[in-house]
Ligand binder design. Structure first.
Ligand SMILES: Cc1cc2nc3c(=O)[nH]c(=O)nc-3n(C[C@H](O)[C@H](O)[C@H](O)COP(=O)(O)OP(=O)(O)OC[C@H]3O[C@@H](n4cnc5c(N)ncnc54)[C@H](O)[C@@H]3O)c2cc1C
Length: 378
């Protein structure tokens, strides 16, 4: 029996495993193929922009982690270009990001976790279900290559399995956790994300990444990120809307502005995103189940940045699980207070970014924007 089974070896799960695996028996399982073919196969890839914002950089520093150069991708970006189709304006703002190869980043964090004596990695293995027994949790997993179903047991199960978390969904059903949400509180708002990768034509340079606002596409935002010889176009579109149609509109508008997004993409990936409300969207767990990272609902409601939340919550959970059993959930909830406050503060900021009528005057004022010679429109 394991002390801990962690479902999901993203930044949250691997951080937790690394922090707790020195003297605990930890099984880190992931449905992805983490050692096989890497890019553009879908087998290893998390659909992500791969930008580390200053909070994520700080979170890594707090963990004592520096990144090897092989994880970085050209170009390194110091600004964001805001393209506002609602108000027909563009502005450039300073933003210090680190541009990374997300597959290599995840693998590096897993390598660090595997250095701990108690950590075992089980890849290509899907957690399908679990059952809480009196003193342990029994987990049903599917080993994908062999099709074999196995039952594994641990004192604790951690759901670090991202936005589409099975652990969180099963837990909500079993404990009848309410799922309704309104503008301010309750269940997170669901988005479908799509990213397409295009070959960057020779001579085309983009010294920033772009945040694109168009209320006919989404009430959240879309983005373009240069990566080596590729250009990624992505968007987070409210679930239930016509994703393809809205994405095509976005692409056509950007092609009109001169961006090289014509033809078939070289790669396409998708993901669910749960945008938290100001209060009440974070779920930390129950009994022998704990959640961290995006599975717990921890992600920025203003930018969809989630790597810093994953690393910080994984580390906080490690501190809590190192303590005696009693009162762990309360202690974890207390630890998460700071992250929940950040989410509430970012929700307050969101209307200024996402309401065209409020964003317009900010752009007109040029407050905090950089003077860049080639800015189109306005
Ligand atoms: C389109 C998009 C772009 C984004 N861009 C950025 C960005 O540029 N910067 C940033 O900071 N954040 C970004 N985010 C958010 C960020 O990717 C996530 O918040 C972050 O990856 C969360 O980390 P995590 O460890 O909680 O979950 P994840 O990274 O999602 O990891 C979950 C892991 O669990 C595994 N898993 C899932 N279900 C199961 C199962 N049933 N059994 C076994 N394994 C399972 C998955 O394979 C995965 O490895 C983006 C999100 C999206 C959707």
């Amino acid at each position: 029996m394991y002390d801990l089974i962690i479902a999901g070896a993203g930044p949250a799960g691997s951080t937790l495993a690394r922090r707790i695996g020195k003297d605990r028996k930890v099984l880190l399982l992931d449905k992805r193929d983490l050692s096989g073919a890497v890019h553009f196969t879908g087998a290893a890839e998390k659909c992500c922009g791969g930008l580390l914002n200053p909070q994520a950089q700080d979170a890594l520093t707090e963990q004592g982690i520096a990144l090897p150069r092989r994880i970085l991708e050209d170009p390194q970006l110091f600004s964001v270009r805001a393209i506002d189709f609602d108000n027909h304006m563009e502005r450039v703002y300073p933003k210090r990001y680190v541009n990374i190869d997300r597959v290599a980043f995840d693998r590096y964090l897993i390598e660090l976790a595997e250095e701990q004596p108690g950590v075992t990695l089980m890849e290509k293995t899907l957690l399908q279900d679990f059952e809480q027994l009196e003193d342990r949790v029994r987990v049903r997993v599917l080993h994908k290559p062999s099709g074999e179903v196995r039952y594994l047991e641990a004192k604790i199960l951690v759901g670090a399995d991202g936005a589409a978390s099975i652990v969180r969904e099963r837990m909500k059903e079993r404990y009848l956790i309410p799922v309704s949400g309104n503008v301010l509180s309750g269940a997170a708002k669901e988005y479908a994300c799509l990213q397409e990768h295009f070959t960057m034509p020779e001579g085309f340079t983009m010294p920033w990444h772009a945040a694109i606002f168009d209320r006919y596409v989404t009430d959240f935002y879309s983005w373009m990120i240069p990566k080596e010889n590729r250009l990624i176009l992505g968007s987070a579109i409210p679930a239930g809307e016509d994703l393809r149609l809205r994405f095509s509109r976005l692409k056509a508008e950007l092609i009109d502005l001169g961006y090289p997004l014509q033809g078939a993409p070289i790669y396409r990936s998708g993901a669910k995103l749960l945008r938290p409300r100001m209060f009440g969207s974070v779920i930390s767990g129950k009994d022998r189940i704990f959640l961290c990272g995006e599975a717990a609902g921890l992600i920025s409601p203003s930018s969809a940045e989630g790597i810093s939340y994953a690393i910080r919550s994984g580390s906080m959970l490690a501190d809590v699980l190192a303590k005696p059993e009693q009162g762990r959930h309360k202690a974890y909830d207390r630890a998460l207070c700071g992250l929940k406050k950040e989410i509430a503060t970012k929700s307050l900021k969101s209307p200024v970014m996402y309401e065209p009528a409020l964003r317009g005057p900010v752009f007109v004022s040029r407050l905090l924007s950089l003077k860049v010679k080639d800015v189109h429109h306005g």
